[in-house]
Ligand binder design. Structure first.
Ligand SMILES: Nc1ncnc2c1ncn2[C@@H]1O[C@H](COP(=O)(O)OP(=O)(O)OP(=O)(O)O)[C@@H](O)[C@H]1O
Ligand SMILES: [Mg+2]
Ligand SMILES: [Mg+2]
Length: 476
């Protein structure tokens, strides 16, 4: 290619990724980065005719969160990428076509979560090499693409093909299970509810399968895992088996495991800058004193690492009390977290219900008189609450870090901003639906319809040619 044919680009440019169904994205040109990056959420790997693929969602226009495009692309690699803030993460690398300034060529793009960033895409060196010349003081040399290009796409309405869904739950009669079945059937889908503990599998078989009552469980479009804390290990093994069968699982086995291990989850969240109460952890009783001082002394909160529903969460008002509780837990050979007591939360926490990359509902929970724990199972009361932008962004980010598509993110409201307590992978539906009056079950099924459809139908959407709508050149 000769010099003349190179596309001239400024420091920011509008471009299209036609194979992904993205007609207009404003990218920041970043010659300091090798690989280009695209903001994606709900990243999911699957195999299509022996070829590795990845599906994901994109909100291409930061100011238009209503535009959500679900994409699929060949997965070419998984690579450690260090972003500009110095954080390294293992990213999916996809192959696709870049269209800019009337030309198009193949590129590799890494998928990352940059919901809070001004640009949904970074155009790196490899994508520009031999194809473009950068003029760092110019902007949008290739013209401006309008939002309206998204209106012309194949509608993002999920197709109403009946799906076959499997609900893994040991409680078929509880509110969450009943609502999911009822709503799925109302939409014309079928939903089988199966006790996770009754599933078994042949893990050595070349063709992975899960069995139940002598039959092979197969041909599901989606699995909804509701795995209780007491069976995390077995439950996630079953989910992993379904993943090996390329069946879409609403939450992945890895994500469930990460969120269940409170210590691990805390480490992952802390590493990505999520605010949490100061938390310490130790195994040896000889360091109890220092551990207590790390979190700022009494009063402090002690938690069993694998506790749930407020069981195993204790407030120690004095240092003496803290020491004796730590001793008692140790005597039981239980792993514990020692945590700063956030007094200003005053027995109230906020449950944010996250689906995909949206908080679909939030409620405030206040503990019963005299209890600092706000768990509804412990007699707490719930009410509607409007969350702040920061709380919303934190909840979404926390779910995303753990890799959960559906999550109940619990946080405390403090003057210094939200403090995440934990992220639940099987959040209950009863409290949130009755408190907010919102159809959360419907929102979960909307999400499954979109995601499962992409994988089950194995078709790409929104392949349309793109017209430049205007050419505006500015030197900003
Ligand atoms: N550090 C803290 N400071 C103040 N209050 C806290 C703190 N940690 C926990 N709490 C209160 O105790 C409740 C239970 O704690 P946490 O959510 O960590 O435990 P859990 O047993 O796993 O509950 P869940 O049923 O939500 O899984 C919280 O909802 C909150 O109201
Ligand atoms: Mg919990
Ligand atoms: Mg909780």
């Amino acid at each position: 290619m000769t010099e003349v044919e190179k596309v001239k680009v400024g420091w920011e440019e509008w471009l299209s990724l036609p194979d992904l169904g993205l007609p207009a994205i404003k990218a920041k040109v970043d010659t300091g980065a090798k690989t280009s990056a695209l903001h994606a959420f709900g990243i999911y790997e699957y195999t299509e005719r022996g070829k590795k693929m990845v599906s994901f969602g994109v909100h291409p226009l930061p100011e238009r969160p209503d535009i959500e495009i679900h994409c699929a692309a060949p997965l070419v690699d998984k690579r450690e990428v260090t972003s500009s803030n110095g954080q390294t993460e293992l990213r999916h690398i996809i192959a696709t076509t870049l269209e800019i300034g009337g030309q198009s060529w193949p590129v590799e793009i890494s998928l990352t979560f940059r919901e809070n960033m001004a640009y949904r895409m970074l155009l790196g060196r490899s994508a520009l090499e031999g194809r473009a010349i950068v003029d760092p003081v110019q902007s949008c040399l290739c013209g401006v693409l309008s939002d309206s290009l998204y209106d012309e796409l194949v509608p993002v309405e999920p197709e109403h093909r009946p799906l076959k869904i499997l609900l893994l739950s040991r409680e078929p009669e509880n509110y969450s299970s009943r609502r999911l079945v009822e709503e799925a059937e109302r939409r014309g889908h079928t939903m089988d509810v199966i006790n996770t503990k009754r599933c078994y599998m042949n893990i050595t078989s070349a063709r992975p399968e899960v069995r139940y009552g002598g039959k092979v469980l197969q041909q599901y479009d989606a699995v909804i895992p509701r795995i209780g804390a007491s069976i995390t290990s077995y439950g996630t093994a079953i989910v992993r088996q379904f993943e090996a069968m390329n069946i879409f699982c609403l939450n992945s086995s890895d994500a469930i495991r990460r969120s269940r291990d409170k210590l691990y989850a805390h480490q992952l969240l802390a590493a990505q800058g999520i605010g949490m109460p100061v938390t310490g952890y130790a195994s040896s009783p000889s360091d109890t004193n220092d551990l207590i001082s790390i979190v700022g002394g009494a009063p402090l909160v002690l938690k069993l690492l694998h506790g749930t529903q407020g069981k195993g969460v204790v407030l120690a008002e004095t240092k003496k009390a803290a020491e004796s509780v730590i001793d008692a837990f140790r005597g039981l050979d239980a792993d514990i977290l020692v945590q700063e007591f956030v007094k200003e939360a005053a027995g109230t926490d906020i449950r944010c219900f996250v689906i995909g990359n949206r908080v679909v509902a939030a409620m405030k929970r206040t503990g019963s008189e005299g209890d600092f724990r706000s768990n509804l199972h412990k007699g707490g009361k719930a009410s509607k609450i409007r969350i702040t932008k920061e709380e919303r962004a934190t909840a979404i980010k926390a779910a995303r870090i753990l890799g959960l598509s559906v999550a109940g993110v619990d946080l405390l409201r403090t003057e210094k901003g939200p403090r995440v307590l934990e992220v639940n992978s099987s959040p209950g539906l009863e409290g949130i639906e009755t408190t907010t009056g919102k159809d959360i079950t419907g929102a979960i099924l909307d999400y499954i319809e979109k995601r499962a459809k992409i994988i089950a139908d194995k078709r790409l959407r929104g392949r349309k040619r793109v017209k430049r709508v205007s050419k505006s050149i500015s030197a900003s």
